[in-house]
Design a binder for this molecule. Structure first.
Ligand SMILES: C[S@@+](CC[C@H](N)C(=O)[O-])C[C@H]1O[C@@H](n2cnc3c(N)ncnc32)[C@H](O)[C@@H]1O
Length: 173
């Protein structure tokens, strides 16, 4: 998370809520960190849902709260995951300069009509902490070019950094 962007539990849940079709389903949170959004996802999916938190930082992964499962891995490489109803990437795709190969992998993990939810800063120029962000306008193009339906904006959260966060959902085509 960029400095100066405080999100409480309710903020986290509200950024995701309109992107979740209902209770249940199997999701992965790629670049989960310590699992702040993972926990929000677990809450929204309810007891019949399953969430796998994926991160290359083992220490962060160790703090992900149960019942989420964890997978220590690099999401730029193929992952062993069950067929997914949804993928969340919150503040993690902006670490990747060339996003197309990662989006192709994500496309492959999702069931038909599975969802991709992103939370990102609404800018196209980064800084050392957020190296390769993409605005909602850019995301609309990028998602469609990579086999997803046009993203729908589902939330915003103000920040003193980088024009604030947006959340958007799109469906695997
Ligand atoms: C800014 S944190 C965001 C954490 C959480 N999603 C959130 O929004 O609070 C970015 C996380 O993505 C992880 N990450 C970045 N690139 C990754 C990669 N290629 N594979 C796995 N994890 C990665 C980092 O280790 C870090 O935990």
């Amino acid at each position: 998370m960029g400095r100066g962007t405080h999100l409480n539990r309710e903020d986290l849940v509200e950024l995701l809520r309109a992107g979740i079709p209902g209770p249940g389903g199997t999701w992965a949170d790629l670049g989960s960190g310590e699992g702040a959004f993972t926990a929000a996802l677990v809450e929204l999916l309810g007891p019949s849902g399953q969430v796998v938190a994926v991160d290359r930082d083992r220490a962060a992964l160790g703090r992900v709260p149960p019942p989420a499962m964890t997978l220590h891995a690099d999401f730029t490489r193929p992952l062993e995951l069950p067929p997914l109803d949804g993928v969340l990437m919150a503040n993690s795709l902006h670490f990747v300069r060339r996003k197309e190969p990662v989006l192709a992998l994500v496309h492959g993990y999702l069931k038909p009509s599975g969802r991709l939810l992103v939370v990102e800063y609404d800018v196209d120029r980064g800084n050392p902490w957020v190296p390769h962000p993409f605005s909602f306008e850019t995301w609309k193009r990028l998602a469609v070019e990579n086999g997803f339906g046009e993203p729908r904006l589902i939330g915003r959260h103000p920040s003193q950094w980088l024009k604030g966060l947006y959340s958007a959902v799109s469906t695997r085509q």
